[in-house]
Design a protein around this ligand. Structure first.
Ligand code: SF4
Length: 122
């Protein structure tokens, strides 16, 4: 039997969770709501995260656009995804929701803009 102590990151309350793993039997205590139990189980079996960052915009009214992954990615792939985001350059204009990088690092998840950036006036 293994026990892991976690902090739930599903809301600002940050409940301290204790996850007990006994083969296929996974129990979560310390959660204030059901979301904490779901998070605790997932964190010890298949941890994932949404990644947020910014990307350089060439010819934009501002130099960078905020972006995020279109879905959660495996936690172990965050470095590869961040490297791909850092290497990415896009041209203005950029529309909110636009896919800037499909299938980032072969994860099957896209990088999408979370802001609109117009072209720089010259
Ligand atoms: S268990 Fe529920 S209340 Fe506690 S941090 Fe997680 S989501 Fe928030």
């Amino acid at each position: 039997m293994e026990t892991r102590e976690l902090i739930c990151i599903q809301c600002p309350m940050g409940c301290p969770l204790t996850v007990t793993i006994d083969g296929d039997d996974i129990r979560v205590t310390g959660n204030t709501c059901p979301r904490g139990a779901v998070y605790g189980k997932k964190e010890v079996t298949d941890p994932t995260r949404t990644v947020t960052s910014t990307v350089c915009v060439q010819g934009g009214e501002i130099p960078r656009v905020s972006v995020k992954t279109s879905a959660d990615i495996p936690k172990g792939r965050i470095r590869e995804v961040m490297a791909a985001i850092r290497a990415l350059r896009v041209n203005a204009p950029v529309r909110i929701g636009q896919v800037l990088l499909p299938d980032v690092a072969g994860t099957g998840v896209d990088i999408i803009a979370t802001k609109t950036v117009g072209e720089k006036n010259v």
